[in-house]
Design a protein around this ligand. Structure first.
Ligand code: GLN
Length: 490
């Protein structure tokens, strides 16, 4: 059962091969036996899952089952989940039980999904390797001495290890696409505003976007269809109809214009990754796409721009964690200021503190113009590069990451080297564009991802391209050896 995709499970549930309770029990067993090796989970909600699964089976018996009814999933631990710990992998929230569901969680619940738990992540989604969690790093299922990528590393590892068929994640600078690439699964970051951010703990509000981690593009289409849509509680959510993403998956790619930015194939890209990505682009050409070289001249400025804008927004967003309203509060303190200092000093990890300090600095009088304002201007230039490119091509293709998964601890002492992992993904966030990462090969036994980026609200096209690619390749069906392990009661 655990090898099946969401689409396959949906068909099996519908034809009565097994019930959602049976499926949920089986996957819970896997989560219990394999989850700890990966450190992929913060919370496992077994009882709740079995209750939700039983209800899903009842709905099906009553003839009221949509395509996601009874499908087990997990949420990154920064989506608020009613009555369940929502920690953001931070000590400052390690006792925070959310009193409500994020819109994404509510919508997926409404669609009939079963929540098996909450996944580990980089603290407040700040990181590229999932080593910044107060619960310790997540391991890559392909090699447990390596990182799974961050910040949605727990979700990615769980889906790659066949513990769950699908998970939610968030992508502020690459945190869905990058871990998807490093664990060999399919990651989708929708257009900014496509999916509501209500109830998603904010990191950098102008960049954050919720999306999916699944094993196929078809599954991503199914999940996105349930998650997307206007939400009056998020003022930046788009008032745009949600298309039937599954309906266009099989569309022809004849004449599709794909641009390959030369800037994506720089010296930082490992030659073996380059070969795999070029082969994938050639495969798209065989499917009818027309490939051309394009330029994104300001791409090289995206990492420094992001690492001004994102910390600035985070320093403002994280000021709400002060020990007064929710989460951790220091036990002993002299006065109010001391309480803030001790609470925040104890509650935040090193990377989060670094970002708050950088953010406060770039927003302060005297430095605002030189850093924050400048970064906002460069952000516009980067967005303009993409807009210009989309005048002559329909989508952009290239690598998701410069290298395959690296060793745990390899970059933790050097933040700049760590930040450079995001070089190919950050541009889409700065410009608010949708992007996907699709498995396209292996380098030394480790997965590599092809990234495709489209114009605003072109998710249907991206999913179509990813799906057609997955029909002629089998990279996305390869499972790590550890996925064959685990105990099973059913
Ligand atoms: N790696 C980037 C960062 O550390 C992106 C994180 C994300 O997308 N949440 O900020």
């Amino acid at each position: 059962m655990h090898d099946k995709t969401i689409a396959e499970l949906s068909r099996s549930l519908q034809s009565g091969d097994f019930s959602s309770v049976e499926l949920t029990t089986h996957l819970l067993d896997r989560v219990e036996s394999l989850g700890p090796q990966l450190n992929a989970f913060v919370t496992v909600t077994g009882e709740l899952a079995l209750e939700q699964a039983a209800k899903a089976d009842q709905r099906r018996a009553a003839g009221d089952a949509g395509p996601l009814n009874g499908i087990p999933i997990v949420h990154k631990d920064l989506f608020c989940t009613d009555g369940v710990l929502t920690s953001c992998a931070s000590r400052i929230l390690d006792n925070f039980i959310s009193p409500y569901d994020a819109t994404v969680v509510g919508k997926l619940k409404q669609a009939g999904t079963v929540m098996l738990g909450k996944t580990n992540m980089d603290e407040f989604a700040m990181g590229s390797s999932n080593e910044n969690s107060c619960f310790g790093p997540v391991k890559n299922p392909w090699d447990d001495t390596r990182v799974p990528g961050g910040s949605s590393g727990g979700s990615a590892a769980a889906v790659a290890a066949r513990l769950l068929p699908g998970a939610t994640g968030t992508d502020t600078g690459g945190s869905i696409r990058q871990p998807a690439a490093l664990t060999g699964i399919t990651g989708l970051k929708p257009t900014y505003g496509r999916v509501s951010r209500y109830g998603m703990v904010a990191f950098a509000s102008s960049l954050d976007q919720a999306g999916t981690l699944t094993r196929s593009a078809e599954d991503a289409a199914m999940m996105l269809g349930a998650m997307a849509g206007f939400d009056p509680r998020d003022s930046t959510s788009a008032e745009k109809d949600v298309p039937d993403y599954r309906a266009t998956l099989d569309d022809s790619l004849d004449g599709l214009r794909i641009g390959v930015p030369t800037e994506f194939f720089d010296d930082g890209l490992m030659p073996a990754n380059k070969t795999a990505v070029e082969a994938a682009i050639h495969e798209l050409e065989k499917l009818g796409a027309k490939i051309s070289q394009i330029h994104l001249p300001n791409l090289g400025l995206s990492v420094p721009t992001y690492y001004v804008v994102a910390p600035a927004e985070c320093s403002s967003n994280l000021s709400r964690f002060d020990g007064v309203r929710f989460g951790h509060r220091a036990e002993k303190y002299a006065d109010l200021t001391d309480m803030y200092k001790k609470t925040r000093g104890q509650g935040f990890g090193a990377e989060v503190k670094r970002r708050i300090m950088i953010g406060t600095y770039v927003l302060s009088t005297g430095y605002y113009d030189a850093y924050y304002l400048k970064a906002q201007k460069v952000r516009q230039l980067i967005a303009a590069d993409y807009a210009a490119a989309f005048k002559s091509v329909d989508l952009i293709a290239g690598p998701t990451t410069p290298t395959p998964a690296f060793e745990l601890g390899a970059k933790t002492d050097d933040p700049i080297t760590m930040y450079l992992n995001d070089i190919y993904t950050i541009g889409a966030n700065l410009a608010g564009l949708p992007g996907m990462s699709v498995p396209c090969g292996f380098v030394d036994g480790l997965p590599v991802g092809l990234q495709i980026v489209g114009s605003h609200f072109s998710e249907a096209r991206l999913l179509n391209v990813a799906h057609r690619y997955q029909q002629v390749t089998d990279w996305h069906t390869r499972a790590p050896e550890m996925a064959a392990g685990g105990t099973a009661r059913t």
